[in-house]
Write a protein that binds this ligand. Sequence first.
Ligand SMILES: *[C@@H]1O[C@H](CO)[C@@H](O)[C@H](O)[C@H]1NC(C)=O
Length: 198
Amino acid sequence: MARINRYTILTVLVLFIEFTNARAANEKIFMDKLCGSGAIVLDGDVKPGTAFQLSSSTKFQPNFSCTIKFRTAQPTQRLVVTVEQLNIADCPSDTLRIYDGTTLLNQDVKQQCGSPSSFTFTTKTTEASFTFATGKTTKTASFKIAMAIHFAAVPSCPQNLGFYLCKNKNCISKSLKCDAHDHCGDATDEFSCSMVGK
Ligand SMILES: *[C@@H]1O[C@H](CO)[C@@H](O)[C@H](O)[C@H]1NC(C)=O
């Protein structure tokens, strides 16, 4: 009897964790609703990754500028920034600029606007920021960006301790596997996922 109860409690707990994880993965963060807010902290236990986008393909006001910032909780952690999709029509008047600390990562204007294929960076600092800015005129703009902590100081990135070693050697949280976002940067966390989700 005691054994059954213990398993029941465990099952309920696991289901609850799965449920809250699924909810977190489906939560949509709109960058343009968070302009200028303080740094969003990515943390190994609570929030090892996230994803954000612009409000759906909106035409923004001219001279609009919005910056959001992310940082890691621990100094040894880095950030994997993956631009999964980018479509900024008024190019190069409207741009998305991505910074690693104060260094511009997407220096090539072809990665700041237009419709490039997906690209990724792993930061050298603990901070990444994003500035979306429009010019004197503006057309539609959209993008989807996935972020994950790269646990740079974890030796061999062991799965049994909750990590996932991407093919490109980024070490991310196993909880980010199969959530429909490319947190690795090479999408290896989204390979071999069942069609029905997790
Ligand atoms: C946008 O900024 C430019 C340059 O500062 C200015 O000439 C223009 O009038 C501004 N446009 C709007 C709609 O505010």
